[in-house]
Write a protein that binds this ligand. Structure first.
Ligand SMILES: [Cu+2]
Length: 254
């Protein structure tokens, strides 16, 4: 398989298979073009050598071979774009899984970390306001809002459930970042003031790397997070732990 030979990182998402397939076809096509152009180059060096042709031929090519070859390349490229790339992209932006089926998590970039905001058991994100933002409340959740009482926010650690679709609502607090998970075959710019849905369905348990794929400042290199694809019970344990840390019982609160 050419993809492996090229060092493409293994896929761990459902739609990634389609991406893999397209990459594979592209790589084979590029290999054929490389061999074709390389051969043409070598043949030209030999055939049109000065010793062999001291005088230029001003009429040039007489056969239609090169025209046919050009059209064949255009045809294959059009097929790749219209037949593979566009349907794949269409599925990413049109067939976004609905609320009941998918887990929705907000992915909020900032210099230099990723915040992941979970809506909690009620499935409703709490109200946010910039005036509530503090070091311990990086997303400015309104403490008075009922919907936000069960919300949890994790830093640089995104947990999802294996086989369950995830919709990330990608945004940023400051400059443009980009959330990229190569093994899930997803990447999306995080643009302040917008909320762009990015979805995938993980199909393999494990730990993956989330990187910021947009040069966002001096600390860009350190803007890494982990994606954990958990079993249901591990995910629940993670949520519970975060919840107890972020919402201490009233008795222990001052
Ligand atoms: Cu960044």
């Amino acid at each position: 398989m050419l993809n492996r030979l090229m060092g493409i990182i293994p896929n761990a998402s459902e739609h990634g298979r389609g991406v893999e397939h397209m990459l594979e076809v592209c790589h084979w096509f590029m290999l054929v073009l490389f061999i074709g152009w390389g051969t043409f180059f070598l043949v030209s060096l030999y055939k049109f050598n000065k010793a062999r042709h001291p005088k230029a031929d001003y009429q040039g090519v007489r056969s239609h071979g090169s025209t046919h070859a050009e059209f064949a390349v255009i045809f294959i490229e059009a097929a790749l774009l219209l037949g593979f790339a566009m349907p794949l992209w269409g599925k990413r932006v049109v067939d976004i899984p609905n609320q009941a089926e998918a887990m929705r998590v907000r992915a909020v970039g900032e210099q230099y970390a990723w915040n992941f905001h979970y809506a909690g058991p009620d499935g409703v994100f709490g109200r946010q306001n910039a005036s509530f933002v503090t070091a311990s409340n990086p997303l400015g959740l309104d403490p008075q809002d009922e919907a936000g009482k069960d919300d949890v926010v994790s830093k640089n650690e995104l947990h999802v459930i294996n086989q369950r679709p995830v919709v990330l609502e990608v945004t940023s607090k400051d400059v443009i970042h980009a959330v990229s998970v190569p093994q899930m075959r997803i990447a999306q710019d995080a643009i302040p003031g917008t909320k762009v849905p990015l979805w995938f369905r993980p199909i393999k348990l494990g730990k993956y790397e989330i990187i910021c794929a947009q040069l966002c400042g001096a600390g860009h290199y350190a803007m890494r997070s982990v994606l954990m694809v958990d079993k249901q019970e591990d995910f629940e344990a993670f949520q519970k732990e975060l919840f107890s840390m972020q919402h201490p019982a009233p008795a222990s609160a001052k």
